[in-house]
Design a binder for this molecule. Structure first.
Ligand SMILES: NC(=O)c1ccc[n+]([C@@H]2O[C@H](COP(=O)([O-])OP(=O)(O)OC[C@H]3O[C@@H](n4cnc5c(N)ncnc54)[C@H](O)[C@@H]3O)[C@@H](O)[C@H]2O)c1
Length: 339
């Protein structure tokens, strides 16, 4: 069955959705709606699709099976609810929402209306992440002792000044939501739930550009394995992104998934199960004045098509989306600000 998409919020990432929907042999883009009419129009002309004048018009279009929600983080909940209540499936960009209760409401609504709810967490598809996931499923690593996460990126003045929502508490939510929910998602995907033991955060050099912290350090404990975990992050790296890595210390191996975007194996010493011959990762999202995460949106769209046709399970389901929001809420609740 061909899957017909609509898109709400026609900014940067919506164009990536559109590009990959239109490139997929079993997907079709019907049209988009943006709260700014000129943005809707430009998007529709660029992709040769319908410019919906209102959200109602998009939701009333009977051709549309699923809607990509590509609005700012703080608007995912309202848009997602409207999509599900219109009896359409939803594909929500990361983070699922910036409030756990809103995730719960979305999940209940999807169940009530018998619709599917997908969350975009494209780093799960990175070849090194998939290789370590297989090792975990095969129980090759043995006991996991500790997992250490480093997220060292640069987000400069231009990044915040060019956006009317990035850096705001209400629509962005925080650095852990916008920049590093990808990393927390991969940690959760590989090693399960964790309890936050302690944390400190600080706005080191972004001043009034952001309503929240730009740096933090957290320690946590994985619930199932009792392994120790830590996260160090900043968006204050000098001039450019430096590293995005997860290092695993386990009974049978030490492995560092690294590069800037979890796209390479930077170190491995294993008990004869080295990860070799990985397919190369695709390029990172390049925004000109900064670089984002890996661009695996083609795989996200393919998974939607496959799942709605009953051929694959959903790669990132709503429960996982909720868990990451819950983890981030817990981190911010525990953290001591030391500005
Ligand atoms: N998966 C990834 O790697 C990735 C990368 C970039 C952005 N994102 C996520 O995608 C979302 C959008 O980010 P972006 O960089 O495209 O932002 P953007 O500012 O370029 O685009 C957002 C668009 O949403 C529109 N909008 C705002 N409120 C709306 C509403 N209520 N209804 C309809 N349209 C509305 C804005 O006018 C804007 O055009 C965010 O949640 C962000 O975290 C994910």
């Amino acid at each position: 069955m061909n899957i017909n998409f609509g898109i709400i919020g026609c900014g940067y990432i919506a164009n990536r959705h559109a590009q990959h929907i239109q490139a997929h042999p079993e997907a079709n883009l019907v049209g988009g709606f943006d709260i700014v009419p000129a943005t809707t129009q430009a998007f529709a002309e660029k992709h040769n699709v319908t410019a919906f004048a209102t959200l109602e018009d998009l939701l009333n279009d009977e051709q549309i099976d699923i809607v990509s929600v590509c609005t700012p983080n703080g608007a995912h909940y309202q848009a997602g609810m409207r999509v599900l209540e219109a009896r359409k499936h939803a594909l929500i960009e990361k983070p699922m929402t910036i409030c756990k209760e809103h995730c719960e409401d979305l999940i209940k609504t999807a169940l009530d209306y018998n619709r599917e709810l997908f969350v975009v967490k494209q780093n799960r598809f990175n070849p090194p992440v998939q290789a370590v996931k297989e090792l975990m499923l095969d129980k090759k690593l043995g006991q996991v002792y500790s997992v250490m996460v480093n997220c060292f990126w640069n987000r400069n003045e231009q990044y915040y000044l060019r956006s009317d929502w990035k850096g705001t508490k209400k629509l962005d939510g925080g650095t852990l939501f916008t920049q590093y929910s990808h990393f927390l998602d991969v940690v959760y995907y590989l090693f399960g739930d964790f309890e936050i033991i302690n944390g400190i955060t600080k706005n080191a050099n972004h001043g009034s550009l952001i309503d929240f912290e730009d740096s933090g350090n957290f320690i946590f404990r994985f619930k199932k394995s009792n392994a120790l975990g830590s996260l160090s992050y900043t968006t204050s790296c000098y001039q450019q992104n430096m590293e995005g890595s997860i290092t695993i210390f386990a009974e049978n191996a030490t492995i560092k998934i690294g590069g800037k975007y979890l796209n390479t194996i930077d170190y491995q010493k294993t008990n004869n199960f080295d990860i070799t011959d990985l397919p190369s990762s695709g390029p990172a999202n390049n925004y000109g004045y900064y670089e984002g995460s890996m661009s695996n949106h083609d795989k996200v769209i393919h998974n939607v098509v496959q799942a709605l046709n009953g051929r694959e399970k959903i790669m990132t389901n709503a429960y996982d989306g909720l868990k990451v929001v819950e983890l981030i809420e817990n981190m911010y609740a525990v953290a001591q600000r030391i500005d």
